[in-house]
Design a protein around this ligand. Structure first.
Ligand code: ADP
Length: 907
């Protein structure tokens, strides 16, 4: 009750919200109700004109009333329509209008009743009742106002009824009863509306409270993680920094080994913190990207510089192949793009014992100023089991744990990579053959900042990872720098790490001391911590820049902080810091930053800047250019060599099983040989499709040079089809698509040619597959055979059918329909007349695409093929006729004296 009273008399923001959302949700029903009320008014209005006896002496009076009511309802209706269009901004108007309209309605009804009572000496409550019926239906969102108006108007009506005798009116009991019924109805309506609104308000209140609680929890969690990260980074900075100093000294091998282990453990710990921080951000939906222009070449240099040494340590070949036409400057979150690539390349190095790790970079221009960057990372490592691939991107999940238990990792990396790629609107796919290697393809859409290609990028800016025999990259004895940090250990680490550059270093432990120093000394660079008691780094920077008489107003100030998240990164950019170094910081990072910020005249290069140019450039463009889509098929597609060469089609061989062994189609056995072997009736020969393993290896090989593979297989419905194994093999890869051609021999070949043409036009894999689906019905595959002996031998038709056809000297046609091989027409008579009839029947169709015709044959000599050509040319002209001997796997089903005319219909 207390709640209800509170709600009624102190409507909170939420109760207003409740009204809002209730109104929003009820605009449609309100509109329907209003329409009903308009119709009601109209009916009464029409009745008052045409059925006057129904209204008796009051007909005229009713006519006026209903006309006015009809008018008001119409206006109201129009207003609600207007509100629906842009409810948010018109809410207040509609809300006020509701109250006003209901007041006008009732006032009008009361005034009419009153005038009627005085002038005509009659007390009519019908108009009042009609209003009572209409108004609540349409105003039910302002229940309080409605109840007040209703009570006031009822009081008016009670007054009228009470004063009826004094006005000399007859006492009308029916009017009174009607009035009481409607008054109760009004109040009930008002209370129902109020209750509904209250419930809504309650629900909204609960939802808002829960939302607040979740927000608070998220905030607490985030601040816990970022505090934890900050707190852990500070001591790690000291450990890693001082450890680096040990590695620089001339110490015993044992100490070097221990220090190297400390360094590795420190890095691992740091990666772990970064990963946990990222995961927590994703979980609370607070991961943000920071968009800024960056140089593609520099970004790649940094990555290569960071990782090549790791590959080298494991004696792996590290190839990079950067297409020269990728845009030189892009806009995106460089740090996150780097994080994605480093993670995937690092995994490739981690999970590869020997062989090669390669990075290929390509780009595809999309619409104006937008390009798709395609990064492909391949390795020849342990690969991933097909059944593990779905779990690859799950957080905390390490797949194939037994094999990988010696390799350090948390199972967070790829999950973060996937979420980052998704956040950028990109895609990551994986193709892997267990024990053979993996390929990760990452596509990231980026804006192009400026026209210009990266070209043959010079990697000379690349940073090499620090090795133990340290030497500074430069010296700057005349330069003077200031380091501001409240943590003594941090001051010591920075001073020591920069010691060999010979710069003069001053350190202070607070903002106030820094201001004292900058007042008198001109520093060339200032390294500033962010979180310090009393005056933080941001405030200190502002004061230095505005310091009256200060000598460092123009000095470059670099923030050196343990706050490593995007929010802070963005803050430092907004605050115009000249550089940003997250702790823990390495000597190399410090030196690089200092080198960038110092005036060039103060810096003397010591000649030790590691230059990877030579080594890196020698890897470039060593691979063939990766294609976006590569089309593959099987040997049974019976394609001429010149077409295979022209389009670079990879062919997966079928096999032929004989008593002498299993032979690969086309490679180890050829058609003539098979036919000869089969002349001996006792020699059994059977065609066999490729196995899953063969298909897997075949696809893996193709993916080394392409981002997508479309494999066009023989019809899935023929015996020993290669479709099933290919589909099974494709499960190991995200980028292999198997298309059931629903044909065989050159019919399948025609599909392949069309796919190659589309791929050359630059169509995407999805577009090509869609087109091929439509093409299936337009291709015609048929063969005329001498007899059915071979099919009977292969068990594809019964011996009985074969013998009947043979005894009648019939030459049947084998035809592919909906992917199935079936018997078509049978031609009788001599071979020549049967062939002629077959050619004439096929070429009688007016719908043949005359660009290309395949004549695919088995055991037909040159004279016969010439004869077939002349018969065809007599009937129809083609741009190109290919005479192609069928592959052995097809031949074993047909036998000598077989040929087919294979074509596609016009588009
Ligand atoms: P981890 O920290 O374990 O490397 P990731 O999320 O980066 O975590 O990877 C998840 C799992 O995926 C790894 O444990 C590993 O089993 C598998 N994996 C990732 N990349 C490769 C690769 N290039 N080759 C083989 N397996 C890989």
């Amino acid at each position: 009750m207390k709640d209800l009273l509170n709600y009624l008399f102190r409507p909170s923001k939420n109760s207003r919200e409740a009204v809002r959302s209730a109104y929003y949700g009820s605009l449609k029903p309100t509109h329907v109700m209003l329409t009903i009320s308009v119709v009601m008014c109209m009916i009464f209005m029409v009745l008052s004109f045409f059925n006057t006896p129904f209204f008796g002496t009051t007909a005229f009076y009713h006519r006026i009333c209903y006309c006015v009511l009809f008018g008001i309802a119409l206006i109201w209706c129009a207003c609600v329509r207007y509100a629906v269009r842009d409810y948010e901004s018109r809410f207040k108007i509609v809300y006020a209008m509701n109250v006003l309209m209901s007041a006008i309605f009732y006032a009008w009804a009361l005034a009419l009743a009153f005038v009627n009572a005085i002038m005509r000496k009659e007390l009519d409550t019908t108009i009042f009742m009609t209003v009572s019926l209409i108004v609540p239906l349409s105003i039910y969102l302002n229940p309080i106002e409605y109840i007040i108006i209703a009570i006031a108007s009822n009081a008016g009506m009670v007054f009228l009824l009470y004063s009826a005798p004094s006005l000399g009116l007859p006492e009308d009991m029916l009017g009174l009863v009607n009035f009481i019924v409607f008054a109760v109805f009004q109040i009930a309506m008002g209370i129902t509306m109020l209750y509904t609104r209250y419930r809504l308000h309650e629900q909204l209140e609960t939802a808002a409270r829960q939302h607040r609680e979740i927000e608070m929890l998220n905030k607490a969690q985030n601040s816990f993680f970022s505090n934890m990260s900050h707190e852990i980074r500070t001591p790690i900075n000291t450990i890693i920094g001082l450890n680096e100093m040990i590695l620089r000294e001339n110490v015993s091998d044992e100490v070097v080994e221990d220090a190297a282990n400390i360094k590795a453990a420190g890095k691992l710990l740091l990666n772990l913190i970064n990963d946990i921080l990222d995961m927590s951000k994703f979980q609370s939906g607070r991961m943000q990207l920071l968009y800024a222009p960056y140089h593609t070449g520099d970004m790649l240099s940094d990555i290569v510089g960071m990782l090549w040494i790791r590959a080298k340590e494991k004696k792996l070949d590290f190839h990079i192949d950067v297409s020269p036409d990728i845009p030189a400057e892009l806009v995106g979150d460089e740090v996150r793009v780097k994080q994605i690539l480093i993670n995937v390349i690092n995994n490739a190095i981690k999970y590869t014992k020997e062989g090669t790790v390669s990075l290929t970079v390509q780009s595809e221009m999309k619409e104006d100023k937008l390009c798709n960057m395609i990064y492909t990372v391949s390795d020849t490592g342990i690969g991933i089991k097909t059944e593990d691939i779905p779990y690859l991107f799950s957080a905390f999940k390490r797949v194939d744990e037994n094999a990988n238990r010696h390799i350090e990792g948390t199972g967070l990396g790829l999950s973060i990579v996937k979420q980052l790629v998704d956040l950028m609107g990109g895609k990551i796919t994986v193709n892997s053959v267990y024990t053979k290697g993996s390929t990760f393809i990452i596509e990231i859409p980026q804006r192009v900042e400026r026209e210009g290609r990266v070209g043959e990028y010079n990697f000379s800016k690349t940073n090499a990872e620090k090795k133990t025999n340290y030497a500074p990259k430069f010296e700057a004895p005349e330069a003077r720098i200031l380091v501001v940090d409240d943590n003594e250990a941090n001051l010591m680490v920075v001073s020591k790490l920069l010691r060999d550059t010979k710069v003069r270093i001053d350190t202070v432990a607070s903002g106030a001391e820094a201001l004292k120093k900058t007042l008198n000394i001109k520093y060339d660079v200032i390294f500033m911590d962010h979180l310090m008691p009393e005056m933080d780094g941001i405030e200190c920077r502002r004061k230095i820049k505005e310091q009256t008489g200060g000598r460092c107003r123009e000095t470059k100030i670099v923030i050196l902080t343990a706050n490593a998240d995007e929010e802070n990164r963005a803050l430092y950019v907004r605050e115009s810091f000249d550089g940003y170094l997250p702790k823990p910081v390495s000597g190399e990072e410090l030196e690089n930053e200092l080198y960038t910020c110092l005036p060039k005249e103060l810096v003397h290069i010591t000649g030790n800047r590691t230059d990877l140019a030579e080594e890196t450039i020698s890897w470039m463009n060593s691979n063939k250019k990766r294609r976006s889509v590569v089309i593959t098929t099987e040997s049974v597609a019976d394609l001429p060599n010149e077409i295979i060469q022209k389009y670079g089609i990879a062919v997966l061989p079928h096999k032929v099983i004989t008593a002498e062994g299993v032979f690969k189609d086309g490679k180890e056995i050829e058609t003539q040989g098979v036919l000869k072997y089969m002349e001996n009736i006792n020699n059994k020969v059977k065609p066999l499709g490729p196995t899953v393993k063969e298909a897997e290896e075949f696809f893996a090989k193709q993916l080394a040079s392409a981002n997508n593979v479309i494999h066009i297989s023989i019809s899935s419905k023929v015996e020993n089809s290669g479709y099933g194994p290919a589909m099974e093999a494709a499960k190991s890869f995200d980028n292999v698509f198997v298309v059931d051609s629903a044909h065989l021999s050159s019919g399948q070949g025609l599909m392949v040619i069309e796919a190659c043409r589309l791929a050359e036009e630059g169509k995407s894999a999805e577009q090509i597959i869609e087109k091929l689906e439509g093409l299936k019905k337009k291709i015609h595959t048929s063969f005329i055979v001498d007899n059915l002996d071979f099919l009977a031998r292969a068990g594809q038709v019964s011996n009985g059918t074969s013998n009947i056809v043979k005894s009648l000297m019939g030459r049947p046609v084998l035809k592919l329909k909906k992917g199935k091989m079936g018997l078509g027409m049978t031609y009788f008579g001599s071979r020549e007349s049967a062939w002629r009839s077959y050619i004439n029947t096929i070429l009688s169709s007016g719908n043949i695409d005359r660009r290309v015709l395949f004549v695919t044959y088995v055991g037909i000599n040159k004279r016969e093929t010439e004869w077939i050509r002349s018969q065809i040319e007599k009937r129809m002209k083609f741009d190109e006729i290919y005479f192609e001997q069928a592959s052995p796997a097809i031949a074993v089903n047909c036998g000598r004296g077989t040929f087919g005319l294979l074509y596609r219909e016009k588009d």
